[in-house]
Design a protein around this ligand. Structure first.
Ligand code: C5P
Length: 225
């Protein structure tokens, strides 16, 4: 089943501490963003890739596109991830299934994407997630307020998949009401729409801080074995 994807890649990557967009850092000789893009370029069901970038990285991305990267369209992002995705939505085809996937998650698999697309096409909204392994506590001022019931907690990732109309309505309401969420599903929940979970892999990490590069190299090595 065909789908389009928005890939926000316009962050500054402050927590990585590289001094430039972390998606330009290399893993096995290629920029992180190229690993992520290749997953979608090599998927025949993906009809369009909307890559959201910061103008500071324009030259880097334009050079990247000269490497015959099919289906990729560049759009400029905003000051927050949510605004970057909103800008991507403006150039999307206004029907069918749309995915949002962080440029910083290069290890997403075709199998998870396929299940997400199928689930979103049946129910409107589906997100990749894994069960939480650790005990999670709510804390205020370094003092525990509450221990959350682990069996009902899931760690949410991307891709997050939606019927275009659902994601569009959710983003419009968030924008009208100045609500800023940390993922698309939180905006969709606000319009009262049910969001389904698709169990993903623990490998689908977001490269955020320097030690994540160590884990990323280990995952690559494991996959090449
Ligand atoms: O900072 P973090 O890793 O949580 O960002 C998730 C994704 O959102 C990254 O791929 C980053 O490039 C992107 N992003 C964006 N626009 C922003 C902030 C983040 O496209 N203003």
């Amino acid at each position: 089943m065909s789908y389009q994807v928005i890939i926000p890649a316009a962050g500054s990557g402050k927590r990585m501490g590289a001094g430039f967009n972390k998606l330009r850092l290399e893993l096995a000789g290629s920029p992180i963003i190229l690993h992520t893009l290749h997953v979608f370029i090599s998927d025949p069901e993906c009809s369009k890739i909307i890559l959201v970038i910061d103008s500071r990285d324009q030259q880097f991305f334009e050079e990247l596109l000269t490497r015959n990267l099919t289906k990729v369209e560049l759009v400029y992002g905003g000051s927050e991830r949510q605004y970057s995705v909103y800008n991507g939505l403006q150039v999307a085809d206004q029907n069918g299934i749309i995915l949002v996937h962080d440029g910083a998650r290069p290890f997403i698999t075709h199998a998870t994407i396929k299940t997400l697309v199928e689930t979103a096409s049946m129910s409107g909204a589906a997100i990749a997630a894994v069960p939480v392994k650790d005990t999670i506590k709510r804390v205020e001022g370094l003092e525990v307020v509450e221990t959350l019931e682990r069996s009902s907690l899931w760690q949410v990732q991307t891709p997050q998949a939606f019927r275009f109309s659902v994601l569009h309505e959710a983003h419009k309401k968030a924008r009208d009401e100045n609500f800023l969420g940390t993922d698309e599903a939180s905006l969709v929940e606000r319009i009262g729409y049910p969001v389904k979970i698709v169990e993903s892999d623990y490998d689908n990490i977001k490269l955020t801080t320097p030690e994540d590069l160590f884990f990323a190299n280990a995952i690559l090595e494991k996959r090449q074995r």
